[in-house]
Design a binder for this molecule. Structure first.
Ligand code: DC
Length: 225
């Protein structure tokens, strides 16, 4: 087998993107952060005061959105661009995190994002992380990983990440946001977060980054032979 598709789904802040980036680097694959697309759409809606309870307003706003992933040659990372603007930093803000699950639950928004994600995987050689990648976007992916970690561990990780950018953020705020997103993401009507039947579970509560990468590389090796 030449190149495969690797999907990594799971709860918020359990290290999906860290593993996805490491795997993509090792395998010389493309890494796509599907959550960044929902975050960029949310940013556009907020900036333009789009009433996302109105389907016509949503359709119109989606028609104005151009999403691109571009490589930052300084650090080799793939970054999210919205209508020609690099939004990689601003979409990580808690203001976006507070609304993104609501926006990502809208059917038209999902159709918009999923068709672009499927297009990006046409040539395979891709690692994509998200919530519905193994179930809806690439149901025939060769390797599907479902990541999980204890809630306290996830809250601490996300808190440290956000605190670096904004020391005013509190642990309570982060905990509340995380459990709210987990709830909405797993209870929404359209493609809720769930483990694909053929996905392998990776619980990284007590596993180092190096160990989790080694585990995933072993799984890739088993497939590629
Ligand atoms: O992975 P993340 O935290 O950046 O994702 C942000 C939000 O986007 C998350 O709360 C749910 C939504 N999302 C989704 O519904 N489907 C995906 N494939 C990826 C993210």
């Amino acid at each position: 087998m030449d190149k495969i598709i690797i999907t990594i789904d799971g709860w918020s802040s359990c290290g999906k993107s860290t593993l996805a980036k490491q795997l993509a680097r090792e395998l010389h694959y493309v890494y796509i952060d599907s959550g960044a697309m929902y975050r960029a759409i949310t940013l556009h809606f907020l900036r333009n005061h789009v009433d996302w309870t109105n389907p016509e307003a949503v359709e119109h706003a989606l028609g104005e959105i151009r999403l691109e992933f571009m490589t930052n040659h300084k650090n080799g990372q793939t970054e999210m661009w919205l209508n020609g603007e690099n939004v990689e930093y601003v979409i990580r803000d808690l203001v976006i995190a507070e609304k993104v699950s609501e926006v990502a639950a809208i059917r038209a928004v999902r159709e918009f994002a999923v068709s672009r994600q499927q297009e990006m995987g046409r040539k395979k050689g891709i690692v994509m992380d998200g919530r519905d990648i193994g179930t809806v976007v690439f149901p025939h992916a060769e390797l599907k990983i479902f990541m999980t970690a204890d809630e306290d561990v996830r809250v601490q990780r996300r808190f440290r990440e956000l605190y670096e950018k904004n020391p005013n953020v509190t642990l309570e705020e982060v905990k509340h946001n995380l459990s709210m997103r987990d709830y909405i993401d797993s209870h929404r009507e359209v493609s809720p977060l769930r483990k694909a039947e053929d996905a392998i579970v990776l619980d990284n509560s007590h596993v180092t980054m190096k160990e989790q990468l080694d585990i995933a590389k072993k799984w890739v090796k088993e497939i590629l032979g």
